[in-house]
Design a protein around this ligand. Structure first.
Ligand SMILES: [Fe+2]
Length: 341
């Protein structure tokens, strides 16, 4: 059920650095951490970024793409070099289009890392390109409405594999969403700046590593991504924000991070209870790394909101809330408002 505009207004208070209003409601832990940091004002009155943001931004491309005996590790063979496939892409936006047009999940993951590596080496500029209508996907998993996704009991998978499959699906969507944001809004490079695209390419690389970990662990358990149907919900929601970068910035954390991060500790405990400590460590590490993404997205949303003199009152009257279907629930829709505060 959609939240009535009047009741939303009752939950809002003035934002400390813009004319926007932000909700009184309690955000999830991740957003409390990231958002409270993002709203600290500098002496000039401008919001100061999360203290970890700069170190995340300047970190070299992460080569720990396998989950070793003691955690994240580089692959046994030397790190991947940008290959001929990505070399045919002359810009970051073209790399993004290439990843989106790649259906094999592991190839999508590998290309994401190669593309971000080229960006880090300053081999390519943002450039422009056109996104495909929708990301290419493998034949399996079958994508179904959320209500048709099998429960754990009917999936035929043990609990740990079931959880990993769900997480892998979220990570794959996150890869596509980050690259879609790069390519779709590449014509706005002069307005958004290189940092915007660097951040999303970095997020895509992180998500590609997360997918690789999940896929590896699924294989270790005797399963693979595609062994059970998955929902088509995430991309459907994101398609609705394809026309407006501010809406996209609000929807991304709402859809894939706020909910997932709230669930993270619960998933870890379930896996520990199940006796699969290795998978629990993977999930805990992924949840830890998603914290940076929340801070990045919140920061970018704040900047875009300020530059556009975006007012939350307008936001409420705009179709942003409608972007979030009933399946998300009221709490998540209010969380969406928080991101623009
Ligand atoms: Fe992730």
């Amino acid at each position: 059920m959609l939240l009535a505009a009047r009741s939303v207004q009752q939950l809002l208070r003035p934002c400390p650095f813009s004319t926007a209003l932000i909700p009184f409601v309690r955000p999830c832990h991740a957003h409390r951490v990231a958002f409270s940091s993002a709203t600290v004002l500098s002496a000039s009155g401008q919001p100061r970024p999360w203290t970890g943001l700069q170190s995340w931004r300047v970190a070299p491309a992460n080569e720990d793409r396998v989950w070793g005996p003691h955690g994240p590790s580089p692959p046994p063979t030397p790190p991947l070099e940008p290959d001929l496939t990505t070399m045919t892409a002359a810009s970051l936006a073209e790399c993004a289009a290439l990843v989106l047009s790649t259906s094999d999940p592991l190839a999508k993951s590998t290309l994401s890392h190669l593309a971000y590596t080229r960006w880090c080496r300053r081999e390519i500029l943002v450039g422009t390109a056109s996104p495909p209508h929708r990301p290419a996907r493998p034949d399996r998993p079958l994508l179904v409405p959320p209500k048709e996704v099998p429960s754990h009991k009917s999936s035929g998978l043990p609990l740990n594999a079931y959880m990993l499959h769900n997480l892998a699906h979220v990570e794959l969507n996150a890869i596509d969403l980050a690259w879609d944001t790069v390519v779709r809004f590449s014509p706005l490079r002069d307005e958004l700046g290189d940092e915007f695209f660097a951040d999303f390419a970095h997020v895509a690389d992180d998500e590609s590593r997360h997918f690789a970990w999940c896929s590896q662990r699924l294989n270790e358990l005797g399963f693979r991504y595609g062994d059970m149907p998955a929902h088509n919900f995430l991309w459907r929601e994101c398609e609705k924000s394809s026309e407006d970068v501010a809406a996209r910035l609000a929807v991304i954390p709402l859809v894939q991070e706020a909910r997932g991060l709230d669930a993270g500790p619960r998933l870890v405990q379930k896996l520990v209870g199940f006796g699969d400590h290795r998978t629990s460590h993977i999930v805990a590490k992924i949840a830890e790394e998603e914290l940076a993404h929340v801070a990045v997205h919140d920061r970018l949303a704040c900047i875009v909101a300020m530059e556009r003199e975006f007012r939350i009152e307008q936001l409420i009257s705009l179709p942003l809330i409608a972007l979030c279907s009933d399946e998300l629930g009221t709490t998540s829709r209010v969380a969406a408002l928080l991101l623009i505060g």
